[in-house]
Design a protein around this ligand. Structure first.
Ligand SMILES: NC(=O)c1ccc[n+]([C@@H]2O[C@H](COP(=O)([O-])OP(=O)(O)OC[C@H]3O[C@@H](n4cnc5c(N)ncnc54)[C@H](O)[C@@H]3O)[C@@H](O)[C@H]2O)c1
Length: 305
């Protein structure tokens, strides 16, 4: 029988999560009260050659056919606003059976806060997809203190079945794993620009052509084993006191955002997003698929995830 998944919110993430499950042969219900978001999602599926017979679009979960009540999984991908997510999670519970797993694609809200007000908080699990969700293999999976291990394992199984690499965390922490590492790196990047060591483009070039290419194929711990842990300890001993430790976001970032420089979506960020750069970003997505295909065959594989 065809597996089903309902996705709530057809924005940047929901659209691509839907595309991932459709490509994996699932029947997908994609829900958004904004008809324009559904249209954009539908156009994307057509443009990328998806089998549209697998997709049902609706403004609300309760508008899907009654047998969708038994869908094994619903994933919410509505904006990162706790009050909105509370409303949406309550609506989901009212529309599905008690066996349905409800996953949140929150970037960093804690499940103990998200599940407040749910009838069955134990069935909420965080499934943190990365953008673009139909390309990046890993999904961080985090059960809250109330979630039985079997529910988390069942969600990981469904993700694995769809072709994703689920990485189940042992406990819930703000930012999970990847965002903590990404923000630690970006804090240092901003510090280096602010102190005049290098500009953004130079830092991009250094990271892309050194750490970046290595990390596409092996994780940081395996890489450190290759380098030698004694060397790492020696460097860490004198370097840690020099690294940025700011407890608030950098002023330069706040100023960009306050001035409407939001990155690609507003046409300006660290870079000017002209048509050449937009084309490069699209080509990059295709190249990323090839890098991922190589990474998937590089030893050791994802057995730890
Ligand atoms: N953008 C990213 O890179 C990224 C990465 C990982 C996780 N996330 C998380 O994923 C979630 C969604 O982010 P996004 O970037 O896709 O946001 P988005 O603003 O692009 O899309 C959200 C969509 O939700 C819809 N929506 C609003 N209220 C709704 C409701 N009641 N029912 C159904 N749909 C509703 C909106 O119309 C919109 O289309 C957030 O929690 C975000 O933190 C985002």
């Amino acid at each position: 029988m065809t597996m089903r998944v309902a996705i709530i919110g057809a924005g940047v993430m929901g659209q691509r999560i839907a595309a991932h499950f459709m490509a994996a042969g699932f029947a997908v219900g994609l829900i958004d009260p904004n008809s324009q978001a559904l249209e954009i999602a539908s156009d994307f599926m057509a443009r990328t050659g998806q089998d549209r017979s697998r997709l049902t679009l609706a403004p609300a979960l309760s508008d899907l056919a009654p047998d969708w009540r038994d869908t094994p999984l619903v994933i919410e991908a509505v904006p990162e606003n706790l009050a909105l997510k509370h409303r949406v999670l309550r609506d989901i519970e009212a529309a599905v059976s008690d066996q349905t797993i409800i996953a949140s694609n929150t970037s960093g809200l804690m499940s103990r806060d998200l599940c407040a007000g749910m009838r069955h908080p134990e069935r909420l699990v965080i499934a943190h997809f990365f953008n673009p969700a139909d390309v990046i293999p890993v999904v961080e999976v985090i059960g809250g203190p109330q979630t039985p291990a079997a529910t988390t394992a069942r969600l990981a199984d469904i993700l694995r079945q769809s072709g994703k690499v689920p990485a189940v965390l042992k406990i819930e922490v703000p930012g999970f794993v990847a965002n903590r590492i990404q923000h630690a790196m970006m804090r240092e990047c901003f510090h280096l620009v602010e102190t005049g060591v290098a500009d953004a483009a130079t830092i991009d070039a250094i990271v892309q052509h050194s750490l970046g290419v290595r990390l596409a194929l092996i994780g940081p711990f395996l890489q450190r084993d290759l380098n030698g842990l004694d060397t790492h300890l020696n460097i860490a001993s004198y370097l840690y006191p020099q690294l940025a430790t700011d407890a608030t976001p950098p002023a330069a970032l706040r100023s960009l955002v306050d001035n409407g420089a939001l990155g690609r979506k507003s046409g300006k960020g660290f870079y000017d997003w002209d048509s050449a750069l937009n084309q490069r970003a699209e080509a990059l997505e295709q190249a990323l698929r090839q890098v991922i295909a190589i990474g998937a065959t590089a030893p050791p594989n994802d057995k730890e995830a």
